[in-house]
Design a protein around this ligand. Structure first.
Ligand code: AMP
Ligand code: MG
Length: 433
């Protein structure tokens, strides 16, 4: 396992006090372990899980050449460009029943969708495109071409080929594909367990009476919701007060039960609390060489402070306290790292939120030197192009503008002010959150 210092050495210009958002993902991917434990599950229980091995197909799908239409199968070489083709209907083939007879020259076979195409018949004309009368059909010139409406043996999956690669996240289409291969079970990586808690003396749990200067804990709810969307087992350790004994107990309990720990609050520079001290202490004392914690100031908004490291061998993501900063740092950094821990391929469509480009419907002030994430709505204009507008108040504690958004406008590090109509990138989270 690489130490944090070793990982930092591989990143060009690594500076924990002015870290560019762009280098965070590479750091975290190197910091987190890959999964080793697998389990075999009935197919339906494999939904949203990560495939633990390549699936080599035991069969061809489809297993035979077959018809893609209800119609008439015939030898396509008999078609001519100018004259109608007249054929005698010599039999009928239904799906699931092989046609036993022979089809000679000048003949065709009435065939249903999915029925096996007998040797020598390579073309199907849909029934609604022919004239049928007294056991004969007439196909007008140009109606079909040789090979039309035929599904070829193995055109979906060839026997012996990799039908699905290790690390694929199993969505409905993947489950259907595995089922089409006749596989009743699937080997997946064990579910990831993530423990999380919120820190801060001013943080109230739901049910507590309001008091001056205190706020209700929203972070555990957003974090829980975002973890649920990834199929992760959640271990909720509640709100932990700023007390060394309680914090130590929470970190130890988290490290014992979970594969990763997420906290919120207590990691900013001016923090007068014990969270940072306890992270530092546990990270170093528990497993010299493996543990460690780095306190970052990321050049981004919202979400500047963040602690990352390991307590024992368990990765720690110490997120900032502000509710929107929690969501943004989770989406941009923690989520891809957790997918990596779950064994997902980096190019799996689930791992990164899709990026779209659209024109900003307003001017936006932006200082070069930090990455900014603005809560935004992408919509389609009358001419079909995409338009992006921000959803109001962008304060790092303002959740209501997050609720209204369907994505985050990502204004890159070097970017300056945005003029109305400029093209901007948006990380879409609709369907992810
Ligand atoms: P901190 O990073 O601990 O300095 O917190 C930054 C801001 O986020 C402060 O205004 C906190 O009150 C607020 N905050 C921290 N944790 C939470 C939480 N769990 N729920 C809502 N607000 C929080
Ligand atoms: Mg605090």
């Amino acid at each position: 396992m690489k130490s944090l210092a070793d990982i930092a050495d591989t990143l060009l210009g690594y500076d924990p006090d002015a870290l560019q958002a762009d280098s965070v993902n590479a750091f975290l991917a190197a910091m987190v372990p890959e999964p080793t434990q697998t389990e075999s599950l009935p197919l339906m229980q494999g939904l949203d899980r990560v495939l633990a091995q390549d699936i080599i197909s035991p069969m061809d799908v489809p297993p035979h050449d077959n018809s893609a239409m209800d119609g008439y199968a015939f030898d396509g070489s008999a078609l001519s460009a100018n004259t109608p083709l007249q054929l005698q209907v010599a039999g009928r083939a239904l799906a699931g029943q092989a046609f036993a007879g022979q089809i000679g020259a000048g003949q065709c076979l009435q065939i249903m969708t999915g029925a096996i195409l007998p040797q020598g018949l390579d073309t199907v004309v849909p029934q609604e495109l022919v004239k049928a009368h007294q056991g004969r059909i007439v196909i007008a010139p140009g109606t079909v071409h040789p090979g039309d409406n035929r599904r070829l043996l193995g055109e979906d999956v060839l026997r012996g080929s990799v039908a699905l690669a290790k690390g694929s996240v199993l969505g409905p289409a993947a489950l259907g594909l595995l089922a089409s291969l006749g596989l009743p079970t699937v080997a997946v990586f064990r579910k990831l367990r993530v423990a999380y808690f919120s820190t801060g003396d001013e943080i109230l749990s739901l049910g507590d009476s309001p008091r001056e200067g205190a706020v209700y804990d929203s972070n555990r709810y957003t974090v829980w919701g975002m973890l649920q969307g990834m199929g992760i087992e959640c271990i909720d350790l509640g709100v932990v007060r700023d007390d060394p004994t309680l914090l130590e107990a929470a970190f130890r309990s988290a490290a014992e039960q979970a594969d990763a720990i997420i906290t919120s609050g207590g990691v900013s520079v001016g923090e007068a609390d014990h969270t940072k001290a306890m992270m530092r202490q546990l990270a170093h004392s528990d497993s010299p060489g493996e543990g460690g914690v780095a306190f970052w100031r990321i050049a981004m908004r919202p979400g500047r402070p963040m602690a990352v490291g390991r307590i024992g061998r368990v990765p720690l993501f110490g997120l900032p306290g502000n509710p929107v900063a929690v969501m943004v740092t989770f989406l941009a950094f923690v989520r891809p790292a957790l997918w990596h821990m779950m064994g997902a391929r980096p190019d799996d469509p689930r791992v990164h939120c899709p990026l779209l480009q659209g024109r900003s419907s307003e001017a936006i002030r932006k200082k070069p030197g930090r990455t900014e994430y603005q809560r935004a709505v992408v919509s389609r204009t009358a001419d079909g192009s995409l338009q992006v507008r921000t959803t109001g108040q962008q304060g790092s504690g303002v959740l209501s503008s997050m609720v209204q958004a369907n994505g985050l406008m990502v204004l890159p590090h070097e970017q300056g002010n945005i003029a109305q109509g400029d093209v901007v990138q948006v990380m879409m989270f609709a369907g992810v959150l």
